[in-house]
Design a protein around this ligand. Sequence first.
Ligand SMILES: O=P(O)(O)OC[C@H]1O[C@H](OP(=O)(O)OP(=O)(O)O)[C@H](O)[C@@H]1O
Ligand SMILES: Nc1ncnc2[nH]cnc12
Length: 254
Amino acid sequence: MQAASLLCSSSSFLPSFTSLRSSHPRLQVQPLFRRAAANSSSSKLPLNLPQNYRTALATLCSAGSGSRQGPSMTSENGQDPRIARISSAIRVIPNFPKPGILFQDITTLLLDTRAFRDTIDLFVERYRGRDISVVAGIEARGFIFGPPIALAIGAKFVPLRKPKKLPGEVISEEYSLEYGTDKIEMHVGAVQEGERALVIDDLIATGGTLCAAIKLLERVGADVLECACLIELAELKGRERLGEKPLFVLVNSA
Ligand SMILES: O=P(O)(O)OC[C@H]1O[C@H](OP(=O)(O)OP(=O)(O)O)[C@H](O)[C@@H]1O
Ligand SMILES: Nc1ncnc2[nH]cnc12
């Protein structure tokens, strides 16, 4: 399968927007849910069309030994019925912020109170009762999903921020982009050795950001149970970059 390419030409501008060009082959997965517009090419889509082809995989996108189904997985092809609504609520904007990029816009999901609530609930159902004391959210969109999950499961929320945003002493982890590098930072003392952590972001593309987040947490001795994202751009194989670390996603977007 051809790998999609990062189109950003500089790490200071559009640090990690990742494209899946419309010419790319379809995702090689067994979809439990396929959207009606599944055969559309992104280049044919009007900008305001809420979706392109998107395959929702419910909890089956978990990898590694941490994989398990949430308690409310009622059957309709084995998929939780909430997934279809969540998938539909994410808008895909072709050619934003640069030509060739299919931008996964989660702001439309936030406008749909039921879909937003269902998203949080699905994560909470998965992580409640697993003795997680830290939910680490990645700037910026991990800050939207992380805090409600943290509150619901009784964990603290730790923001992992872009450079020079945190006022206290920080540890940093650099990660590579197609062109150049970027960095995320965490406050020293926010997480203690031995704590059980979950990393949350809206989306995994190449996986560089999540890898850096895992490294930050492990450097202070935390045990990172799993990473969780709303969306996976599976063609970019970010999951492989995570190695054995389990990844849980709700929606797979090709
Ligand atoms: O898997 P990767 O290739 O590392 O890319 C994924 C990251 O890219 C996006 O954030 P972005 O860097 O665009 O920052 P933002 O959320 O502040 O817009 C997304 O929210 C993830 O954090
Ligand atoms: N295609 C994409 N849409 C939204 N955020 C992204 N981050 C990296 N690639 C992205």
